[in-house]
Write a protein that binds this ligand. Structure first.
Ligand SMILES: Cc1cc2nc3c(=O)[nH]c(=O)nc-3n(C[C@H](O)[C@H](O)[C@H](O)COP(=O)(O)OP(=O)(O)OC[C@H]3O[C@@H](n4cnc5c(N)ncnc54)[C@H](O)[C@@H]3O)c2cc1C
Length: 417
């Protein structure tokens, strides 16, 4: 290990915390900087799914044909704000470009690699930190109202199976109800045993942050305003109070807010806020055995503590638009079709901002311009899922200069082509 041992991590979401922990384990001195309490932003209210089977990027061939129908449906899974649309044309253009078969297959292979490692690394991390009770290995069930509606996603399922994802087809409501007795109005489904979940994603993030602090890491509740580069390195960060932060290595793990730092460093990135919504029902009156994914309407229901969290949606409206909680309400309304008797009394609504890249791949790797800057953001729907491996890869990069497997597909340089 080099003698340069001080690391500054921008962002204390699940990804920043994991980077911090892995760096600490490699013998570095680490400080996380975040104006918000650890794990309290996007990492707080997510669905708690470890989607190790989600190897298919959003940009599958043919998806663009589905987009107009989704956009025209006010309760559909996708919304693009007309005022935000012009600003996201480069992102959409890139999305179109990577939805070709060749690009999609390359992205799916990269996702399969990182997700395979994520399962092992998450298990190991939660074992080391004695948080095994927050990791439940019980699979997920995806349901469709009919075989015909499932047929629309058949390409995604074929790709998954070709990449080694275990899938058990459920051919009737009776077969579905052997897994999930509470479900109604679904006729076709898939059980994916490799999916895992946590009953408390916020508790997981805060427990990891506590472990980080107990192990000698520090967290400073401060906003970073800028990264200050010289010719080939970054020397300091500046806090919003103007105070300089000195370190040897700088990790940018600020989720959807990472783009501004890339801009300051002169590196191109296409990162959008893909806003998702949910409602956590404290006394839903029903209990699921595992996460249920509603394949047609693209939302999920997960047990969170004693309650049930119902959420999904992909809303592109920029970072600052106020939340539209009608989307949370709509998802509960749709869920009732499958889960009659669902009690939404006291439901708590939440909106979070997924850091989304057009190819569904995170940005992990060293800066192309500044040798002591590392990126760890852009995990979209899978930040919880990939946090452990991202932290491990960043720590390997900092300590050894190269990680355990090929991270070329995750490099920031891909946005230059
Ligand atoms: C509805 C919904 C459901 C989801 N479900 C799942 C799921 O089931 N499984 C899964 O794997 N993923 C899921 N996700 C995605 C997941 O939540 C994200 O990918 C993940 O939380 C991203 O983690 P992060 O650490 O990169 O970002 P964040 O948790 O957003 O953390 C980034 C941190 O950077 C800080 N920051 C910002 N600006 C600055 C600054 N200037 N200086 C210092 N710090 C700064 C922020 O305050 C924040 O704390 C879901 C997301 C949503 C919205």
């Amino acid at each position: 290990m080099s003698e340069s041992r001080d690391c500054a991590v921008i962002g204390a979401g699940i990804v920043g915390i994991s980077c911090g922990l892995h760096l600490l384990e490699q013998g570095y001195r680490v400080v996380l900087y975040d104006p918000a309490p650890p794990g309290s932003m996007t990492s707080r209210g997510n669905a708690g799914g470890f989607g190790f089977t989600d190897v298919v990027p959003a940009s599958v061939p043919g998806v663009l044909w589905k987009v107009p129908r989704w956009l025209l449906d006010p309760s559909g899974p996708l919304f693009i704000s007309p005022t935000h649309f012009p600003g996201m044309i480069p992102w959409l253009w890139r999305f179109r470009k990577v939805s070709g078969l060749k690009q999609m297959t390359a992205a799916a292979n990269a996702l399969a690699d990182i997700l395979k490692s994520s399962m092992t690394d998450t298990r190991a991390l939660l074992h080391r930190t004695r948080l095994n009770h927050l990791f439940v290995e019980n699979g997920a069930v995806t349901v469709y109202r009919s075989r015909k509606s499932a047929h629309k996603d058949r390409y995604e399922w074929e790709v998954k199976q070709s990449m080694g994802v275990a899938v058990q087809v459920l051919n009737s409501l009776d077969e579905i109800r052997e897994f999930e007795p509470a479900l109604r109005n679904a006729q076709y489904g898939m059980y994916t045993p490799q999916w895992c979940s946590t009953p408390d994603p916020y508790g997981l993030a805060t427990s990891l942050a506590d472990y980080f602090c107990r192990s000698g890491g520090r967290i400073r509740q401060t906003e970073i305003a800028s990264v200050n580069p010289s010719a080939t390195r970054v020397d300091t960060l500046s806090t919003s109070e103007g105070e300089p932060v000195h370190a040897d290595h700088f990790i940018i793990a600020a989720g959807v807010w990472s783009g501004k730092f890339c801009k300051q460093l002169g590196e191109n990135v296409l990162l959008e806020s893909e806003r998702g919504y949910n409602t956590t029902l404290p006394k839903p009156g029903i209990r699921l055995n595992r996460e249920v994914i509603f394949g047609e309407e693209k939302f999920v229901a997960t047990n969170i503590g004693e309650g049930l969290r119902i959420g999904g949606a992909a809303e592109f409206a920029g970072l600052r638009a106020p939340p539209n909680y009608r989307r949370s309400d709509k998802l509960v309304e749709i869920a009732r079709r499958y889960l009659p008797g669902l009690d939404d009394t006291g439901g708590e609504k939440w909106m979070g901002q997924r850091p989304a890249t057009p190819d569904s791949l995170p940005v992990i790797g060293r800066s192309g311009r500044f040798g002591n800057v590392y990126y760890a953001f852009g995990h979209g729907h899978a930040g919880l899922t990939m946090a452990a491996t991202t932290g491990k890869l960043v720590a390997q990069l900092v300590s050894a200069g190269h990680p355990g497997f090929d991270i070329e597909p995750f490099g920031i340089h891909r946005f230059n082509s």
